[in-house]
Design a protein around this ligand. Structure first.
Ligand code: GRF
Length: 208
């Protein structure tokens, strides 16, 4: 019997390399999921082009057209519902998820952050790490709650920070790991192997 695939909706504001990693992992069969829609708050986001290149519906929703954040997010939810989305992945989405989005997809929104949370939350996680002088940084996939990069952590990957690293050097090293752990987190979700208990996410064993 064919396995029902998880339906993923991606919210992105920029170049969409994490979106690409998820699309590729789904297409390659490593992740039992399918990206059914990509929504962006920016008309020029390259993420929308990537979606179109793969025949995935690409939707621009302009926040300024809506009177409130709730109305804006209602429109996003409408699109996600239209495409039967089970899991929403924020991938370089430059806005905080608000109540409407959170309530519409309880425990079903993920984000990727380019630092080892809870360090270096917010913008420019890589720059913050270089400026702070840490020796190790990395990336984090977490469930999204109402805060800024505060939700329960699903997977992290660490990379060294070298003395001579620029922000760009570290970003490139981290990005490679992002492209590995984000599809992995989607896979675990698709397999029903993530259990949230307060701040902790337990990863249940897979079937042999
Ligand atoms: C990534 O570094 C991600 O961690 C952060 O925004 C960046 C998005 O990159 N949230 P891309 O659009 O997926 O290439």
């Amino acid at each position: 019997m064919p396995v029902k695939k998880l339906r993923v909706g991606v919210l992105a504001s920029g170049r969409g390399s994490n979106l690409q990693a998820i699309i590729d992992a789904c297409a390659g069969g490593e992740v039992p999921a399918v990206v059914t829609v990509v929504v962006s708050d920016r008309a020029g986001a390259y993420a929308l082009d990537r979606a179109r290149q793969h025949g995935i519906p690409a939707v621009h929703i302009h926040p300024a057209y809506y009177g409130t954040k709730e109305e804006y997010e209602n429109r996003i939810v409408l699109e996600m519902r239209e495409y039967g989305v089970d899991l929403v992945c924020l991938a370089g989405y430059m806005r905080l998820a608000g109540r409407v989005l959170l309530d519409s997809f309880p425990d079903s929104i993920m984000n990727i952050h380019p630092a080892l949370l809870p360090s270096f939350k917010g913008l420019h996680g890589q720059r913050q790490a270089v400026e702070y002088g840490v020796k190790i940084s990395g990336c984090t996939v977490h469930f999204v709650d109402g805060g800024m990069d505060t939700g329960p952590i699903i997977i992290q990957a660490a990379v060294p920070v070298l003395a001579e690293d620029t922000e760009e050097d570290l970003s490139a090293r981290i990005l490679e790991q992002e492209h590995s752990i984000y599809p992995e987190a989607v896979k675990l979700f698709a397999e029903g192997r993530l259990r949230i208990d307060g701040k902790k996410v337990f990863i249940l064993p897979g079937r042999e």
